[in-house]
Design a protein around this ligand. Structure first.
Ligand code: C5P
Length: 236
């Protein structure tokens, strides 16, 4: 089994990100770089984190016209990221363009294509938010519909909440990789995560990858925290 731990580098500066990455790189499967760090530190932070030898998940949730998303994905592939996100709300044509760009750009560079992950309904959204933007007020129905759209468009991965894991594992093909945040070990507080699973529970429910932020970067000893989580997973 691969190491499924993705550490979210939700730290304010590139220096803090690199320091954390150097501490925990041998214990994890990938680092997630999101909008805050990327916007502050630029593409160079991807190169520096790749320099630790770890895989990079670039979580910028692209959502635009197909041509623009295809070009953004191509830029991400040239940065040598292994995973990236797009919003499934962008529609089938945009999703196909994203996957095609990932495949073709990677082929041109002679490297494996990154895993393009579809984000369905944000966990900050509820039935009221869906109504507000003109969608049927049925979160589970929308998640299933958008997941199916993404898989039909050729995507091989989805981001989902811990509570959606079982439903999606039953409805999407086994080859589709599921990435879930909202992971808590029980040793720390839930913070603003309302629905959490432990790492073991999330894997048992069908997750392939666990996005873990504060339980690792917020721990007094991040390396020990990562070691404990890895040891609990039986995949070291
Ligand atoms: O610190 P924590 O473990 O809660 O961090 C979870 C990470 O996953 C953060 O980077 C957060 O932005 C991201 N995320 C999330 N919930 C979602 C999607 C992404 O917590 N629905």
């Amino acid at each position: 089994m691969q190491n499924p731990i993705i550490v979210a580098l939700d730290v304010p500066s590139p220096e803090a990100a690199v320091k954390l990455a150097e501490q925990v790189a041998p214990l994890i499967g990938a680092f997630k770089i999101g909008g805050e760090l990327f916007t502050a530190a630029g593409p160079d932070i991807v190169r520096r984190i790749r320099g630790t030898g770890a895989a990079v998940f670039l979580d910028l949730k692209f959502h635009d016209i197909p041509n623009t998303v295809a070009k953004a994905v191509a830029s991400a592939v040239r940065l040598d990221v292994q995973m990236l996100t797009v919003h499934t709300f962008g529609g089938g044509e945009m999703l196909r363009a994203a996957e095609k760009s990932a495949q073709e750009t990677a082929r041109g560079l002679g490297r494996p294509a990154p895993l393009v992950l579809g984000v369905t309904v944000l966990t900050s959204h509820d039935a009221g938010t869906l109504s507000e933007i003109g969608c049927a007020p049925d979160v589970a129905g929308q998640v299933a519909r958008l997941a199916s759209l993404a898989v039909g468009a050729g995507l091989c991965g989805l981001v989902c909440s811990p509570l959606e894991l079982r439903l999606l594992r039953q409805t999407v093909p086994a080859r589709v990789q599921l990435v879930t945040p909202g992971i808590r070990t029980g040793a720390e507080k839930a913070d603003d995560q309302k629905r959490t699973l432990s790492p073991q529970e999330a894997l048992a429910a069908g997750a392939n990858w666990l996005v873990i932020g504060r339980p690792i970067y917020g721990a007094a000893q991040p390396r020990e925290a990562a070691e404990r989580i890895l040891a609990s997973l039986d995949c070291a």
